[in-house]
Design a protein around this ligand. Structure first.
Ligand code: GDG
Length: 725
């Protein structure tokens, strides 16, 4: 039966090796573990990851495999070296700082990258061991960016989802990584790529469009025949778990204990892992400033700061710990007294029930990272406020800020705003606190972790289905003999060929696309057989087609049908076409060229084309949208059409199109064979006038009226060569 496989760097267990060698597992309480519990614990589903310990002996490993298998988990065993280079190194000293906008902390070390590739391959091998066609794979987070493509190469049709738990940086940041292209190519093995926020997905798409050859349209990337969807899925929490825990009697008695110890003082709470992205020193400095500016709060309010040890093997984390220790000492030394400790600082992890008690008791939740993918602490704080009393101060740099707009949102780099927010929070009237918390609770209840898992899995199934619908059929070895035999039997063959993008590739300079030797010999081959009637049907000026192909006995149709030259005949022009509109439209296009370096105008007899293939990515698209909207209005009142092609905007008379032009050359004899090949939307007009039994072929993978597709210009040439054998 088809199953779902979850893969993350760490398995959702804590493994303990007791002194006698006995191994014990404790389920992890993380949000992801509970959320995905509903998935991996069912049926044959599994979760694959590192169990968190180095196990060298085969016996120990076998034992761990057996134990984990009982819990629907499978281990990937990593060595101490791999953890140092792949995990602490590439994941946490390269990707983590770059993705969180700390480029100055990135360690550019090739051995990290080598290990990253190796370990991703190790994960791939492990996954392949357990996977069958038809399964669904869900890869988690930045440690495994290369895994989707590694899996794709072995399992071309399988459904692969990927979710990025940390931010995805802007292109300006991402481009600094020497391994940027490989990282993107790795990720683009997935069918669905999820981020917490719209901004993350926008950044990702912008990097894809700048660094890969794949086309990006809206939220889709077209990689060969695979259509990849990029989407935002803001992760939620297990709401009931936090609400229930806040209501538990043990939590309440813990709260009473804390309240007694605090002696009526108000409490500001912060909880995070020790990490420079969390903005801990900035928070302490802001609190210090708050006490200086609002001394009336001295002895009335304390900051409880829980800092969970993390990555303490990495040098920069050790330095951060020292900074935090010093700042806490300084604040307590400066402001504190026998009755009052301004900052209660705990450098350790605390059990869930204590965490819940803190969430309950805190007047203010202070969640102020400098950058954070989502931040679940902010959400858990809100869910724990059963009496709806309390205020959340939230950094706008956390993904959670996009959903929790009823928090007090601050820029953590702005100390003034930070201090004001603390004052506003501590003086906020109760009704306002209640109304803000209530609104956030309603949203968090609905968009909880189970909802997140559901919409991701549904999204993955949907894109897989969509991929099928988008597929025109690739001409394969079973279609080819049939096409060839029809071709052989036909007394006359009408072969409609588009030129650019079909017979030759694109070039920034359109004048540099004359037929090369291979193409000329294909033309010669086609021309040799008198049963062939080749009709080149292009948007190019007739002079160009004449110079490049005039010597062949072909029908040439130029400018989408303005000019026609029949086999061995003369050029003739379509009658009654006006061109006085060109003066006005050219002025508008000229103004665009002035503002858009790299663009230019191509003038045809009855058309004007604005080309932007040579323009900076993004700017060209922006200008083309501007130009389109500017021209659309003018065009409709002047009998013109405005068309958007591959890096071009074209204006021409409405009665000119490839379909109308091609139609004249379609024979009425059912014994004749019709073949049409083209790559862009102007060729769709040709396809649409073809008889039902015609062989129509789209080059590339966009949606099409054609029956078949071929991938590239090279494939088209090979196909044409086969017709001549
Ligand atoms: C990454 C992204 C994104 C913390 N201390 C204790 C404790 N915790 C729990 C919290 C919360 C979780 O750990 C921390 O989650 P965050 O979301 O705040 O941050 P990261 O660990 O950096 O996670 C982040 C997340 O992935 C999910 O996609 O939101 O942006 O960086 O659940 O409650 N739990 C207990 N004791 C502690 O001392 N019991």
């Amino acid at each position: 039966m088809a199953k779902t496989i979850i893969i993350s760097n760490r398995l959702p267990v804590k493994m303990e090796i007791l002194p006698g060698g006995e191994i014990r597992f404790k389920a992890s309480e993380g949000g992801l573990a509970t959320g995905l519990g509903s998935v991996y614990k069912q049926g044959d589903n599994i979760w694959i990851g590192w169990p968190g310990h180095f196990l060298n002996s085969v016996d120990e490993q076998d034992h761990v495999i057996r134990e984990l298998t009982k819990e629907n988990m499978r281990p990937v065993f990593l060595t101490a070296d791999e953890i140092r280079l792949f995990y602490e190194g590439f994941s946490n000293e390269v990707l983590w700082p770059n993705f969180h906008y700390f480029p100055q902390l990135v360690v550019y070390e090739d051995s990290y990258w080598e290990s990253y590739e190796k370990v991703n391959q190790k994960f791939c091998d492990a996954v392949l061991q357990y996977t069958e066609e038809g399964d669904t794979i869900w890869v988690h987070d930045y440690q495994l960016l290369l895994l989707p493509q590694m899996l794709r190469e072995k399992l071309p049709r399988i459904a692969i989802g990927y979710f990025n738990h940390i931010p995805f940086p802007s292109f300006e940041m991402f481009r600094m990584l020497p391994w940027r292209k490989s990282l993107l190519m790795g990720l683009l093995g997935a069918d669905l790529i999820g981020f917490h926020t719209y901004d993350d997905m926008r950044h990702f798409l912008s990097s894809v469009s700048r660094l890969t050859p794949f086309s990006v349209k809206e939220q889709f990337v077209q990689r060969g025949e695979r259509r990849i969807k990029v989407e935002s899925f803001p992760m939620g929490i297990d709401y009931e778990r936090y609400a229930d825990s806040a209501a538990a009697p043990e939590t309440i008695s813990q709260e009473v204990e804390y309240r007694t110890a605090l002696g009526g003082k108000r409490l500001i709470l912060s909880i995070d892992r020790l990490d420079y992205t969390k903005g801990i020193p900035q928070r302490l400095r802001a609190f210090n400033e708050f006490l200086i500016r609002y001394p009336e709060f001295k002895e009335k309010v304390s900051l409880v700061m829980v800092v969970v040890p993390s990555r303490d093997q990495v040098g920069m984390y050790k330095d951060l710990k020292e900074t935090v220790d010093e700042l806490v000492g300084k604040i307590n030394g400066t402001h504190g007294n026998m009755k009052w400790t301004p900052v209660h600082y705990f450098y350790r992890s605390i059990p869930m029930q204590k965490l819940s008690a803190y969430y309950r008791i805190a007047d203010v939740g202070l969640v102020t990272p400098l950058r954070d993918g989502m931040n679940l602490v902010a959400k858990e704080f809100i869910a724990s406020k059963l009496d709806k009393k309390g205020v959340l101060i939230l950094s706008e740099m956390a993904g959670a800020a996009k959903e929790l707009s009823d928090a007090i949102l601050i820029n953590p780099f702005n100390k003034n705003e930070f201090v004001q927010a603390m004052y506003q929070a501590l003086t906020m009237p109760l009704p306002e606190q209640r109304s803000r918390i209530e609104k956030m609770q309603v949203s968090l209840k609905k968009y909880n972790i189970h909802h997140w898992v559901r919409i991701f899995m549904d999204g993955l199934a949907e894109i897989k289905q969509e991929q099928q619908a988008y597929l025109t059929k690739q001409i394969d070895e079973t279609d080819l003999p049939e096409i060839l035999s029809r071709f052989e039997k036909a007394p006359r063959r009408f072969i409609f060929l588009d030129y650019d993008g079909t017979l030759v590739g694109f070039n920034v300079n359109p004048a540099a696309c004359q037929p090369d030797e291979e193409l000329l010999s294909i033309f010669e081959g086609l021309a040799k057989d008198s049963r062939n009637h080749v009709i080149i049907i292009s948007g190019r000026p007739h002079q160009t087609l004449d110079a490049w192909m005039g010597k062949f006995p072909f029908t040439l149709i130029a400018e989408h049908g303005v000019w026609t030259k029949k086999e061995n005949g003369e050029w003739s022009i379509k009658e009654n076409l006006r061109k006085d509109w060109k003066v006005e439209i050219k002025k508008i296009m000229d103004a665009h060229v002035d503002r858009t370096p790299g663009s230019f105008i191509e003038e045809k007899n009855f058309g004007l084309v604005w080309h932007y293939r040579g323009v900076e990515v993004g700017l060209g698209e922006l200008r083309s949208r501007e130009l389109m909207s500017h021209l659309r209005y003018l065009a409709s009142s002047r009998g013109l059409q405005v068309l958007e092609g591959d890096k071009v905007v074209e204006v021409k008379n409405i009665e000119v199109n490839k379909g109308i032009a091609a139609f004249r050359f379609i024979s009425k004899n059912p014994e004749d064979l019709h073949l049409a090949i083209g790559d862009d939307w102007t060729d769709e007009d040709t396809f649409s006038v073809m008889p039902d039994e015609a062989i129509t072929i789209k080059v590339g993978h966009a949606a099409s009226k054609a029956k078949f597709h071929l991938d590239t210009v090279g494939d088209v040439r090979e196909f044409l060569k086969r017709l001549m054998v």
